[in-house]
Design a protein around this ligand. Structure first.
Ligand SMILES: [Zn+2]
Ligand SMILES: [Zn+2]
Length: 74
């Protein structure tokens, strides 16, 4: 038996150990910075992360590129 704590610091996509992860907005995988294709801040509270897997899916890629919030008309 290992005395080590259960590792929760592994990337869900590539298995790499790291200290910094983001959760992909689309597949909900915890991904390291190497597996993140792109991230965008749509609003102050909403951040979008897309992993490289989702990026290869054209439908998901479109969703990512679409603006989240319609800018209020003036
Ligand atoms: Zn990774
Ligand atoms: Zn993803």
């Amino acid at each position: 038996m290992s005395l080590k704590k259960a590792p929760s610091n592994k990337c869900d996509r590539c298995g790499k150990e790291d200290y910094y992860f983001e959760v992909c907005t689309y597949c909900k995988k915890k991904v390291c910075k190497y597996c993140i294709k792109s991230s965008a801040t749509a609003t102050k509270t909403e951040r979008r992360i897309i992993c490289k897997d989702c990026w290869t899916n054209k439908k998901v890629q479109k969703k990512f590129q679409k603006p989240a919030v319609q800018v209020a008309r003036t």
